[in-house]
Design a protein around this ligand. Structure first.
Ligand code: FAD
Length: 498
């Protein structure tokens, strides 16, 4: 631990104002660093800024295409309950102005939450909107300062009208990892006459009316999108590598979704043949096959590379040892609780940059016998990772309730993809986070003040589908709580989430 006199304030650039960039900016500023956030969009929220626009190349492989950042589709609801998903000291709680107060809300509620976060902590004034970072490279000595460890950042603002070339002490990369699609390799695809697209460019199901759609993948987006499309399409055939070769199952509860093994080959006549021997005449192939890490602006003289979807070498998925601590990444691991993990990583980076924490860094997680492409997949190991980060910054890694709540959800998601967002078995756990949230103080949202100031709590029934959740049909109980005791307010809030 450094003494307070040796704590240094750095001039830090944060790339991106999504959830990761917002919390990184807050933590850096709390630690006393000066922060500039570069954001190429017009507002905060990153991938949660839904847009009808899609890319001109629906497979998103053309390097000259205009990139549309968001991968969010119209019907998207979170795949985590709001209590688990939110930042640790700014709960993703139901607010009186909640657009969708369900436990697994739809995407506008997440965007509104991130906008509130930015407002609450005064982050917006640190952000240069409509400013794209085009190049990040190690600064030469002649670029100012001692040169060593500093970074040169070149950016363009407002459609290239303003060019900037600046030197920063450190760069925190928070550019998001759901933009550069990964595609399935399908024998015969160059002659297949149908339409191909990646889920990055999927928004609404109506364009698939009466079509035969082959969806490739087995992750959250494949599960959601196949069900979304089935309401319009003639047939939906889901092909997945994780299914055994003889898989051919009609999806429970649907008349027009079939699960298959992977596609073996497609043909000029429009047919797709699966490993199970079945053949369908397809109109569309939708790749729900995930994304690749991509840092088109980053030049590190080979110190950081992306190989087989592994960003490395990195120490604890954050610092490249040869360039630490002046270069760091927030949000690389997946199969995690993203927002709280971003928060822990950001606190750690901020402390390391100021010299509060010191660490000998070496590449970790490599050479442990796992295939390289799974280096950043944490899953069950995430909690150990949070504990480790917590130990570096002097706080707990994960609240017990968050762990207890999230573990069964990962399983329920697989077992009950249709219902896990609306039916749950952890009522006993829900009151714990709300109790903790209510005792948060300082800059963070203080739930009691929050409730009392709003006077009304809108209680929405958990099973109410979002479509029918319109102002005129809302089953809302208006409860005046201005004179309630603290316990009573908490009880009201508990009833609101149960
Ligand atoms: P992003 O939100 O992508 O933000 C990155 C920002 O960087 C963007 O604003 C972008 O414009 C900016 N940027 C990029 N390059 C540049 C540049 N060169 N110059 C300037 N700015 C730049 N997580 C959950 O917790 N729960 C969920 O239910 C959930 N569902 C998801 C569903 C989908 C379809 C997807 C794609 C993701 C989902 N996630 C979910 C994960 C989600 O990505 C994270 O929750 C989180 O929002 C990622 O934040 P981020 O800041 O890392 O990236």
């Amino acid at each position: 631990m450094a003494s307070s006199s040796s704590i240094k304030s750095r001039h830090v650039a944060v790339i991106g104002a999504g959830a990761a960039g917002l919390v990184a900016a807050r933590e850096l500023r709390r630690e006393g660093h000066s922060v500039v956030v570069f954001e190429r969009q017009k507002q905060v929220g990153g991938t949660w800024i839904y847009t009808d626009h899609v890319e001109s190349d629906q497979l998103s492989v053309d390097p000259t295409r205009i990139v549309v950042h968001s991968s969010v589709y119209g019907s998207l609801r979170t795949n985590l309950p709001r209590e688990c998903m939110g930042f640790r000291d700014f709960p993703f709680a139901i607010r009186s102005e909640s657009i969708d107060p369900r436990r697994f809300p739809s995407h506008p509620e997440v965007l509104a939450y991130l906008q509130d976060f930015a407002k609450e902590f005064g982050i917006e004034k640190l952000i240069r909107f409509e400013t794209t970072v085009v190049r990040v490279s190690p600064a030469a000595e002649s670029d100012g300062g001692e040169g060593i460890g500093k970074w040169r950042i070149e950016s363009t603002e407002k459609e290239k009208k303003i060019h900037r070339d600046e030197i920063y002490d450190a760069v925190v990369v928070c550019n998001g990892h759901y933009i550069e699609p990964r595609l399935a390799e399908i024998p015969g695809i160059s002659c297949w006459p149908g339409k191909e697209m990646h889920s990055h460019n999927y928004r609404l199901p109506s364009p698939f009316k009466d079509q035969v759609v082959v969806v490739i993948g087995s992750s959250a987006s494949a599960v959601d999108i196949s069900r979304d499309i089935s309401g319009f399409a003639k047939e939906v055939h889901v092909a997945s590598w994780s299914n055994p070769a003889d898989t051919f199952i009609k999806q429970n509860g649907y008349t027009n979704i079939w699960m298959h093994s992977m596609i073996e080959r497609v043909h000029e006549d429009g047919s797709a043949v699966f490993q199970n021997g079945k053949t369908v005449l397809g109109d569309v192939i939708m790749h729900c096959t995930g994304y690749k890490y991509h840092f088109p602006f980053l030049e590190t003289n080979g110190e950081v590379t992306v190989d087989d979807n592994c960003v490395g070498p990195l120490y604890k998925h954050v610092f490249p040892p040869a360039l630490a601590p002046s270069l760091s990444f927030v949000g690389i691991p997946y199969r995690v609780l993203p927002f709280p993990m971003f928060e822990l990583q950001s606190k750690w980076i901020s402390g390391i940059l100021s010299g509060r924490e010191t660490k000998t860094m070496k590449a970790t997680f490599e050479g442990l016998g796992i295939p390289k492409r799974f280096t950043h997949c944490l899953g069950i190991d995430q909690f150990e990772y949070y504990d480790w980060l917590g130990s570096q910054i002097g706080c707990s890694g994960t609240e017990e309730w968050r762990k207890e709540m999230s573990l069964p959800i990962f399983l329920r998601k697989m077992k009950h993809p249709e219902s896990y967002r609306d039916e749950w078995e952890d009522h006993h756990l829900v009151s714990q986070p709300y109790q903790e949230f209510s005792f948060l103080s300082g800059n963070a949202l203080e739930l009691n003040t929050f409730i009392a100031s709003k006077l009304l709590v809108r209680v929405q029934l958990a099973h109410q589908p979002f479509e029918s959740f319109k102002p005129e049909s809302r089953p809302i109980q208006m409860v005046s709580i201005s004179n309630c005791s603290k316990t009573c307010k908490l009880q009201l809030l508990h009833s609101a989430v149960m």
